[in-house]
Design a protein around this ligand. Structure first.
Ligand code: EPU
Length: 432
C-alpha cells in the first residue's frame, strides 16, 4: 500500500508554479477527436486522469505523442472506432466527454455509463437531453449510452439541473453543436473557466461560439475544425489548495501561473477567515494576518465557491477557533473527508448538505484514508497543520488530480514523502 506521510506543524513559505488545469485538459483532449490535422497541447498535467483519457483516445484511433513533459501532439483518425472502452471509462467520470465528439464526427457513439461515485449519484440526463435536442437518437439503458445521428442539427437546449448547470454536460453539447448544421443556443450553460478554455480552444480551431463565460452559449455549426496549438489554463483548484497549505500552517505561499479572477470566491472565503491575499498579474499570494477566524460559505457553480475546494476549505476552518458553517450546493453528499478529519481531532457535525465546524481544536497526526481526490487534498492540508505524523492512504485518488504534489510541497518547506509497503522513500515519484 502506498501512503503519503507528513510530519506537520511547519509553516510553509515560498512560491509554487501551478500545473495546467485537469478539468480543462480532459474535455480539450476529447475535443481533439473532432479536429482534422494535428493539435499541439501545452501545459498538459501528467496525472492519472489524463493518462486514462489518453488511453481512451488511443483506443478510439487518435495518435497521441508526448513531445515534452507537458507537451503533447494529437492527430485523430476520422473513421476510427465508436465504442469507448468500458474498463477505462468506468475508472473516470470525465471520460463521458468523448460522447459529443464521437457522435459529431463519427455519427455514433457507445459509451458505458460512468455511474455514481463517492460524491453521490452522478446522472448524465442533461448530456442526453442536450444531444437529443440536437437531433441525436440516444438510448441510455443496460449501463451504456448509445447515441446515433446522421447529421446533428442546431436547436435551443436548456441544461439546468437540480444543482445548477453541468460542466461536462455543457462540454459535450458545445462540442457536438460545433459541427452541427445551423445555430445552437445553450441556455443555462456552465461558466466554469475550464468550459471557457474548451470554447476558446474550439474557436481557435475554427468553431463559432459566442457568449463564452456567460449563461448562454450560441454556437454556429461549421463543417470542420483544423489543427493548431493551445496552452491550457492554470489549475485553480490546485492553486487554491496550495494557498490553503500556507494558510493552515500559518505560513505565506505564492502561487504562479494562474488567473487570479478564477479564484475570486475562494479568496473571499480566505479573507472572511482572516487571511490576507494579494493578486498581481498571474500570481496570488496568501498569508494569515494574525489568527484564523470562523467563516460561512456554500458551494455553487461558477462563479460561486467551487465544490472542488469545499473539503480543503473545511480543513482550513477546522483550524479557525469558533463556529463555521459549510454548505455543499453541488454534491450534497460530498463529506467523506469529515470522518477522517474527525480522526485527527476535528469537531465537525454533518447535517444534510451542511457541515458545522467547531474550529480551533488542535489537529493531531493519524492514519487516514482518502476516498476521493479533493477529500485527499483536505487530508494533506490537515496533515500539514497537525502535530505529529499523518499517513494518508488512498493515494491513487490524489494522483488523479495533483501533479508532483509532494515535490511542490517540499519546495515550500513541507516534510512530506511517499511510503510504499512500509519502506520510507524520500524523493519524487511521478503520479501517472
Ligand atoms: N448533474 C445532473 N445531471 C447531469 C449532470 C450533472 O443532475 O446530467 C448534477 C450532478 O449530479 C451534480 C451537478 O449536476 O450535482 C454538477 O455536476 P457536473 O455535471 O457539473 O459535474 P461534472 O461535469 O461531472 C465536473 C468536474 C468535477 C466537479 C464538477 C462540478 C471534470 C472532469 N469534473 O464534473 O471535478 O466537481 O464539474 O464543478 O471536469 C474534481 O476535479 O475533483 C471533480 C470532481
Amino acid at each position: 500500500m502506498e501512503q503519503i506521510v507528513i510530519r506537520g506543524g511547519r509553516p510553509l513559505m515560498g512560491s509554487v508554479q501551478v500545473s495546467g488545469a485537469k478539468n480543462a485538459a480532459l474535455p480539450i483532449l476529447a475535443a481533439c477527436l473532432m479536429v482534422r490535422g494535428t493539435v499541439r497541447l501545452r501545459r498538459v498535467p501528467r496525472l492519472a486522469d489524463v493518462t486514462t483519457m489518453v488511453h481512451i483516445l488511443r483506443l478510439l484511433g487518435v495518435s497521441v505523442d508526448w513531445i515534452g513533459e507537458n507537451d503533447v501532439l494529437l492527430t485523430a483518425q476520422h473513421d476510427g472506432p465508436t465504442v469507448a472502452p468500458v474498463e477505462l471509462v468506468r475508472q473516470m467520470r470525465g471520460s463521458v466527454c468523448v460522447l459529443g465528439p464521437l457522435v459529431a464526427t463519427r455519427g455514433e457513439a457507445t459509451v458505458p455509463m460512468p455511474g455514481g461515485c463517492v460524491l453521490g449519484p452522478r446522472p448524465i440526463d442533461l448530456h442526453v437531453k442536450g444531444l437529443r435536442g440536437l437531433g441525436a437518437l440516444v438510448q441510455d439503458e443496460n449501463e451504456y449510452v448509445y447515441a446515433y445521428a446522421d447529421r446533428l442539427r442546431g436547436s435551443r437546449v436548456r441544461l439546468a439541473g437540480p444543482h445548477g448547470s453541468t460542466v461536462l454536460g455543457t462540454a459535450n453539447v458545445v462540442m457536438a453543436a460545433t459541427l452541427a448544421e445551423g445555430r445552437t443556443v445553450i441556455e443555462h450553460a456552465a461558466r466554469e473557466p475550464e468550459v471557457q478554455d474548451l470554447c476558446s480552444f474550439l474557436n481557435a480551431r475554427g468553431a463559432r461560439i459566442q457568449g463564452i463565460g456567460t449563461r448562454t452559449l450560441t454556437v454556429d455549426g461549421v463543417r470542420e475544425l483544423t489543427g493548431g496549438e493551445h496552452t491550457l489554463i492554470g489549475d485553480r483548484i490546485e492553486a487554491g489548495t496550495l494557498l490553503l497549505a500556507g494558510a493552515v500552517t500559518g505560513g505565506c505561499v505564492r502561487v504562479r501561473g494562474i488567473n487570479p479572477n478564477h479564484l475570486d470566491c475562494v479568496l473571499e472565503v480566505m479573507h472572511q477567515a482572516g487571511a490576507e491575499t494579494e493578486a498581481s498579474g498571474t500570481a496570488v499570494l496568501g498569508r494569515i494576518g494574525t489568527t484564523l477566524r470562523p467563516a460561512r460559505f456554500a458551494t455553487a457553480t461558477y462563479p460561486g465557491v467551487p465544490t472542488d475546494m469545499q473539503p480543503q476549505l473545511t480543513t482550513m476552518l477546522c483550524c479557525a477557533p469558533g463556529r463555521s458553517t459549510v454548505g455543499e450546493g453541488v454534491y450534497p453528499d460530498r463529506f467523506t473527508h469529515v470522518p477522517e478529519l474527525q480522526r485527527m481531532g476535528a469537531k465537525i457535525v454533518v447535517d444534510g448538505a451542511c457541515a458545522h465546524i467547531d474550529g480551533g481544536h488542535p489537529l493531531k497526526g493519524a492514519d487516514v484514508a482518502a476516498a476521493d481526490l479533493r477529500a485527499g487534498a483536505s487530508l494533506v492540508l490537515a496533515g500539514l497543520a497537525a502535530s505529529g505524523t499523518t499517513a494518508i492512504s488512498g493515494v491513487d485518488q490524489i494522483n488523479r488530480g495533483y501533479e508532483r504534489l509532494e515535490e511542490k510541497l517540499r519546495s515550500i518547506g513541507a516534510d512530506v514523502e511517499r511510503r510504499i509497503e512500509g519502506a520510507a522513500r524520500v524523493g519524487e515519484r511521478k503520479s501517472a
